[in-house]
Design a protein around this ligand. Structure first.
Ligand code: SF4
Length: 189
């Protein structure tokens, strides 16, 4: 692997640490583009972050920002905030999910924690809040408090991702429902 880790790399590690091993140690790319849910999610993201730059959630104040690419010198990782609202003192992250599975689990917390760290380091403004919008059959807005604990856990996941790459060993992961639609299932021991 060359360069530094991205937020996507770390989120995938949170989903299953073997993704890191197959993709970043063995260099086997995911065939994720063929998965319908991912394709739909991408289309939904791009509608709001690239072609609909002026649309924003009515009850929230701030200037809408899109496609914010950041790099952390402090922790050596990069990432992109698709959509955010910026006030004089604060950045509010907006994350859209094309899903009816309304759960703020470890992958979303990892993503929001790392994006918050990137935004704070690069803008000098604080990130205390995010809104996750689930929108498939129904639309649900879930507010998330970005606490110090969420940021520290996200940094720990970043360390674990780097450790898996440096150790060259396949990490432990149990087989469960995640494996059903996994592009690595045929080679995963
Ligand atoms: S098959 Fe299951 S354990 Fe193996 S990489 Fe995929 S999700 Fe992880």
């Amino acid at each position: 692997m060359s360069g530094y880790l991205t937020v996507t790399n770390v989120v995938e590690h949170a989903f299953c640490p073997r993704f890191t091993y197959f993709q970043l140690v063995l260099g086997i790319e995911q065939r994720e583009g063929k998965r319908g849910t991912v394709q739909s999610g991408r289309a939904f993201h791009s509608r709001h972050s690239t072609t609909n730059k002026t649309y924003k959630i009515k009850h929230l104040a701030g200037i809408k920002q899109t496609e914010l690419l950041f790099y952390s010198k402090k922790y050596s990782f990069s990432g992109k905030i698709d959509e955010a609202l910026e006030t004089e003192t604060e950045i509010l992250i907006i994350e859209r999910k094309y899903s009816d599975y309304i759960v703020i689990g470890s992958t979303i917390k990892t993503q929001l924690g790392l994006l918050a760290i990137l935004a704070e380091e690069n803008t000098g403004k604080e990130v205390h809040r995010a809104i996750v919008i689930f929108d498939k059959k129904k639309r649900v807005e879930m507010p998330v408090n970005i606490t110090e604990k969420i940021k520290q856990k996200a940094l720990l996941m970043l360390q674990k991702t780097a450790h898996t790459i440096n150790s060259n060993n396949i990490p432990y992961s149990k087989h469960d429902n995640r494996c059903l639609n996994c592009c690595y299932r045929k080679i995963c021991p």
